[in-house]
Design a protein around this ligand. Structure first.
Ligand SMILES: NC(=O)c1ccc[n+]([C@@H]2O[C@H](COP(=O)([O-])OP(=O)(O)OC[C@H]3O[C@@H](n4cnc5c(N)ncnc54)[C@H](O)[C@@H]3O)[C@@H](O)[C@H]2O)c1
Length: 339
């Protein structure tokens, strides 16, 4: 198959890991022309077969190695839990298949570095599915910051919670995961400041473990220091709403869980109410997160088709993961980390 033939019919790809998140990931892929989902793989073969029937996918595998040996794929989308990301990304690299991997890239910095290096050495694209910077409110905030409407930003506040999503039902593994909040939402929380403001110079973090149903911490505060800008990043289980608030020298931008995007400058205050786009496969409780999967996948697909550079490459996400591991280090030692 030539590259042009492949592109004409859409890139052929497989999803590895068909658990909770993959159902939304697959739904989002189906919205995009230019990619053909030809196989599903899960070590739980019955699960993979049920998903293949549901989504009309022709081939099913219980072993990723066997699938990579048998299928002429253009890329694989790895949606297994983080503990298996490295193993599968390295496997894809050995087969010279471009690979998309879910967040968090891995639970250890050394593993993240091995994954990036293996893909670079194999000469294949390595992309991370980091979808928060693709949420509509985040794109709007970024566009406003770039427009300089609020002048130079000097302070920002970004806070997330897991909201009232039923984690016990959908993601039971989070209850036993060490560093629950930082490992799960930390990649999103620490990617957004980089998206908005670039790379920070210092980091100070604290984490607490209040909800004893979780093995890991459920309260996280990270303060990122930039030249003339401080960004406060907060993460909690249930008790806060989503918010992004940026103060600039000539105004403020605020996005809140009520859907309101408010811009205040000397000229006055304007408010837009943003509503997420819903798809047949998306869960309204996830707000802007599920529709953002479509935009994330579109960006990654354009890169895989050679049409544009992806925003969330492995190299880029390694910088987010370095912040995450610096936050763990800072919290453990109660020290400011120079980045
Ligand atoms: N972007 C987001 O907002 C978001 C939200 C939720 C989950 N996620 C990420 O998605 C990933 C998957 O999470 P989930 O909740 O779907 O987990 P899950 O446990 O529900 O599903 C993982 C699936 O992978 C399969 N699997 C594990 N190892 C495998 C292997 N070696 N080969 C084949 N299959 C294997 C398991 O059998 C399971 O079916 C995680 O990295 C998680 O952080 C991202």
């Amino acid at each position: 198959m030539t590259t042009n033939q492949t592109k004409a019919g859409g890139l052929r790809f497989a999803v590895i890991g068909v658990g909770f998140w993959a159902q939304f990931q697959i739904g989002a892929w189906k919205e995009l022309p230019g990619a053909r989902l030809v196989a599903l793989c899960d070590r739980d073969f019955a699960k993979a077969r049920a998903a293949a029937e549901r989504f009309g996918v022709p081939k099913v595998y219980g072993d990723a190695g066997e699938m990579l040996r048998s299928e002429p794929l253009d890329f694989v989308d790895v949606a297994v839990g983080p503990e298996a990301h490295e193993q599968l990304v390295l496997l894809a690299a050995r087969h010279h298949k471009a690979v998309i991997c879910q967040k968090p890239m891995a639970f250890e910095l050394a593993a993240c570095e091995r994954m990036v290096a293996a893909c670079r050495d194999a000469g294949i694209p390595f992309l991370i599915h980091e979808n928060f910077r693709w949420q509509t409110p985040m794109r709007r905030v970024k566009a406003l910051l770039d427009s300089s409407i609020i002048g130079r930003p000097f302070r920002a506040h970004i806070q997330f919670s897991h909201g009232d999503i039923a984690l016990f039902e959908s993601q039971p593994y989070l209850f036993t995961q060490p560093h629950f909040a930082l490992y799960d939402m930390g990649p999103h929380l620490l990617d957004l400041p980089r998206f908005f403001f670039g790379e920070p110079q210092t980091l100070y973090a604290r984490e607490f473990h209040l909800d004893l149903r979780f093995a890991g911490e459920d309260i996280v505060s990270v303060m990122l220091g930039y030249d003339r800008l401080t960004c406060h990043c907060e993460l909690t289980w249930r008790t806060t709403d989503y918010e992004v608030f940026v103060e600039g020298e000539s105004g403020t931008v605020k996005w809140g869980a009520d859907g309101k995007l408010t811009i205040s400058t000397e000229a006055g205050t304007t408010t837009d109410v943003l509503t997420p786009r819903y798809y047949a496969w998306s869960d309204p409780r996830y707000g802007f997160a599920h529709p953002s999967i479509v935009d994330t996948n579109a960006d990654l697909l354009a890169a895989l088709r050679g049409e544009a550079a992806a925003a969330t490459t492995g190299d880029d996400n390694l910088k987010t993961m370095k912040l995450l591991f610096a936050a763990l280090r800072s919290a453990a030692t109660n020290t400011v980390v120079q980045l």
